[in-house]
Each structure stands twice: as structure tokens, then as C-alpha cells.
Ligand binder design. Sequence first.
Ligand SMILES: Nc1ncnc2c1ncn2[C@@H]1O[C@H](COP(=O)(O)OP(=O)(O)OP(=O)(O)O)[C@@H](O)[C@H]1O
Length: 296
Amino acid sequence: MASTPSVKKIMQPSEKATSGYSSAPMVRPSIPEGKSMRTADELAQATEKISVRDLSFYYSDNRALTDISLSIPERCVTAFIGPSGCGKSTFLRCLNRMNDMIEGTRVEGKILLEGQDIYSSKTDIVTLRKRIGMVFQKSTPFPKSIFDNVSFGPKIAGIKKKKDLYEIVERSLQRSALWDEVKDRLSESALNLSGGQQQRLCIARALANDPDILLMDEPASALDPASTARIEDLIFELKEQYTIVIVTHNMQQAARVSDQAAFFYQGLLVESGATEELFTNPKKQQTEDYITGRFG
Ligand SMILES: Nc1ncnc2c1ncn2[C@@H]1O[C@H](COP(=O)(O)OP(=O)(O)OP(=O)(O)O)[C@@H](O)[C@H]1O
């Protein structure tokens, strides 16, 4: 007989003594001025790219996500925030079915991509993962040339002509803001690039598959401040063309790059909304406590 999944409860602020609360001064992340961040009204009017409905996710008998419902607007940046272990990465991986690769996992509920349930038996996973590219925390270039790294996906997809591949490589590297730095050394090993360049190469590799959604799991957490700033600028530029979902521990980063933010805690979506509002006037005390650094 299957055992009952464990259900985690939300910690109340009154339990702060044992829940990672800090006595450090509260610091609210500042919303940068002059950046074209979508307002709540604009988000409400944006086309819905992904609709998550009552999603629960299990690692064997352990429920890691409970009844998540969230709308992800097209051509906007949505940031998932929350303390370690709250389920941000698990949720991100649900969006392109990367969790399918982990044995014993199970999903309840629906994720609709432009109205089509990605967990339907009719979904072709290869096509889905081409449409929804992913960039990880640690850059993972193959030990091959810069050109081969970026052209890898298109080659697998059957594109053979050198000229076509070159065009894709050039376009992808331009979009990932790396072209000018590498155009004269495309045949050099990707492993010779700096950490920040390698991460932009991985973004180019994802873009080469011509996705319309990019999932990014802590894409800048291993980088120095200058490389982080480049990735953040890039995310801001890419949202003109792509729907972007980013997991970040860094509140300032979420405030700088995202239009919408979703705060998770212990597998629950506590609150989501326009970043500007969530960071200045959250509806829930828990959100306020987290974004001002009182716990987590
Ligand atoms: N492969 C796995 N097998 C079993 N349990 C897992 C697996 N990956 C994550 N979990 C569990 O699921 C829960 C959510 O983890 P997840 O990595 O999604 O959280 P997170 O918010 O992304 O954390 P972090 O910010 O530390 O990366 C945790 O309890 C974690 O232990």
C-alpha cells in the first residue's frame, strides 16, 4: 500500500525562533529606476504563455510542491524567490519536464503551454525541450570548440549545411552578447573562455535551438559582479523576444531583472505579483519578512 505523502506546513512568523529568522536590520531590495519593468496592469494584459494549475510534485512519497497555480506572461521575466529547499528549482524543472529524468517523481495538476497540457501523453518531449531552453547555475560547455558547442543542438536537429550552421551560431552568439568577444576564435576550445563567457555561451547554446522560453536556474550565482551585471543586462534584452523564468537567491537581482516575482516557502506559493508591488508592498507578512532579509 502506498504511504501517505508527507505534507509540510507553512511556518508562521510567531515560530521565528526556530525558523531561520534573523535579528539583522531589515533591508528592502530597491527597485531600479529607469528600467522598463512591467507594471501590474501591463502584466494583467500580457498574453499568458504558461498557465500552471493546481500543480503538486512528489519525489517518491515526499511532496515538494503543493497546489501551485501561477500564470507566466509572455515576453516578461518571472523570478522565483524563496529560501533554500522551498521548491524553486523543482518547480522550474516541472516547466520543461526535466524532472521526468528523476526516477520516482510524480506530478498532479496541469501545466498549459499556450493552452496545451505539457504533461499530456501526446506531448513530444524533445520538441518541448527545444521550445523551452534551460540554463543552469554552473556553466557546462562541452570540451569542444565554441562553434561546436553552439551548433550542437541544430546539428542534432538535422541541420547539416555549414553555412546554415554558421548563421545560427552567429545569431545565437550575438543574442547572448558574446559574438564580439569570440568571433575571431570560434574554433578554439570553449573551456578557454572565462566563467562569465562560458555562461553566455550556454545561453547561446540554448538560443541556437530557437526556443521561445528560457528557464534559468541561478544563472549568475557562480560569477563575479561584472559578469553578473552582463548576464542581468542580457536577461533584460532577451525578454524582448523570449519568455524568461529565473530562479534566484539574490533579492536585488530579482528586483533588477524581473517583471513578476513568485515567493515560495516550503513547497507552497505564498505570493506572486508584479515585482514592483511584491517588493514594495507585499500582501503577506511572510513575503515581507523574506524580502527584507528577516528570515531565509
Ligand atoms: N532529486 C531529488 N530527489 C529527492 N528530493 C529532492 C530532489 N531534488 C530536490 N529535492 C527536495 O525537494 C525539495 C525542494 O528542493 P529544490 O531544490 O527544488 O529547492 P530550492 O528552493 O530550489 O532550493 P535551493 O535554493 O537550495 O536550490 C527539498 O526538500 C529537496 O530536498
